[in-house]
Design a protein around this ligand. Structure first.
Ligand code: GAF
Length: 387
């Protein structure tokens, strides 16, 4: 992104100048999928694709938003106190919700401002464009209005926006991964205790390749909420006999002994994914730290199989990309990431083999599905900051 071009866009749009530009990353997740609302571990990292915002405080009460990604909206203007959900311009709700939450957290209302946005995260691709924009807004308000709010509180505010304002029952992983991101490190978070540690991403000659199915998401939110409800139901049944707080409390052996309490094939599969994936994530952090990349790759592969068959959140397009990646002996591991039903997969691959793989998988994908997949190398970066 060229900062000067971006600032020129701000000036041309709002007829005013600023030099304040912030960046907020998206995220990938190495492993630990659908564990964050089950009291389990996650192992994500922030990536160099994300959302940019140029900002200037106004001296009136108007909030004015413009996004290069949705130019058809034009400049969206509203009073600083008019923060109700906007049914027409849905993209603005991540910002409205965050303004509301940051205002509650700081106990102050903000003056008006101009915000010019642009993002290079593909929409709905499972790379957390929504958390990226939420953490961007939270960080800008925190810095520019000198609120001194702790990053973890901004993370929680973003989760409240998703849960209460947007209406998706997501866990905390995405906002945490974005806000707490560290260059070349993955964040190992226990979503039960909220304790976290960083682990260096030392992959030798390998890189992380993001493979975007470009499959449009449909009905994603309702299926996401359904999976969550199924895990809650399984937990409720187990808790009739065993005192645990979440599925994340169970080891694999304990779970195997308790399945008769659930007594429903679908619920057993959902809960099994949550329990096994949590244990895989703990193992994956250990193997990565030990430099045991072969074992790490196997855990990544096992995660995909579990998401495909037990949790049933994959899609033929994701399975195809992952299965093709598995065929290459240059790929250590590959799996779908994020909520699922479309979006992206990752492959951990020898960097010298990337071009060939992109070419071969790309052309077979297009032959099969009639449209192209996209490939990007993941660069692991810091959380939101001024640039
Ligand atoms: C989505 C949610 F927002 C996260 O909280 C997480 O549950 C993820 O799906 C699945 O691991 O990205």
């Amino acid at each position: 992104m060229n900062k000067q071009d971006f600032l020129n866009g701000f000036t041309a749009t709002f007829n005013s100048t600023t030099d304040k530009v912030y960046f907020s990353p998206g995220r990938i997740n190495l492993i630990g999928e659908h564990t964050d609302y089950n009291g389990g571990h996650v192992f994500p990292c922030a990536i160099s694709r994300g959302t940019y915002g140029a900002f200037k405080i106004r001296d009136d009460n108007q909030i004015k938003l413009y996004s290069e990604n949705v130019p058809s909206t034009g400049i969206l203007s509203f009073d600083k106190d008019d923060l109700k959900f906007d049914k027409k311009y849905k993209w603005s709700n991540y910002l409205r919700g965050m303004i509301l939450e940051m205002s509650k957290l700081s106990g102050q209302t903000f003056t008006g401002f101009d915000l010019y946005l642009s993002g290079d995260l593909p929409d709905g691709a499972g790379l957390s464009s929504s958390a990226s924009i939420e953490m961007l807004m939270g960080t800008i308000l925190n810095e520019e209005f000198h609120l001194n709010i702790e990053p973890i509180e901004i993370v929680k505010a973003g989760k409240r926006v998703e849960n209460n304002y947007i209406g998706v029952n997501t866990g905390i992983m995405d906002q945490f991964a974005v806000e707490m991101g560290k260059k070349n490190q993955a964040t190992f978070l226990d979503t039960n205790t909220m304790e976290y540690k960083y682990a260096p991403i030392s992959l030798g000659n390998n890189i992380i390749l993001i493979m975007n199915t470009n499959k449009p998401h449909e009905l994603v939110n309702s299926k996401y909420n359904e999976r969550r409800a199924q895990c809650e139901k399984a937990l409720e049944l187990i808790r009739k006999k065993v005192n645990i707080d979440s599925l994340g409390d169970l080891s694999v052996d304990e779970f195997d002994r308790l399945t008769s309490l659930i007594n429903d094939e679908v619920l057993i599969k959902r809960a099994r994914h949550a329990v096994f994936e949590n244990q895989r994530t703990i193992m994956a952090k250990k193997t990565l730290e030990e430099g045991n990349l072969i074992e790490f790759g196997k855990l990544v592969n096992a995660s995909h199989i579990s998401l495909q068959f037990d949790y049933d959140v994959s899609a033929p397009e994701l399975d195809f990309l992952v299965n093709e990646a598995w065929k290459s002996d240059k790929v250590l591991g590959s799996r779908m990431i994020g909520g699922g039903f479309g979006g992206c997969a990752i492959a951990i691959i020898d960097k010298d083999a990337v071009k060939d793989l992109e070419h071969s998988i790309g052309s077979s994908y297009k032959d099969k599905f009639g449209y192209a997949a996209d490939f990007y190398e993941a660069q692991i970066v810091d959380g939101p900051h001024a640039i």
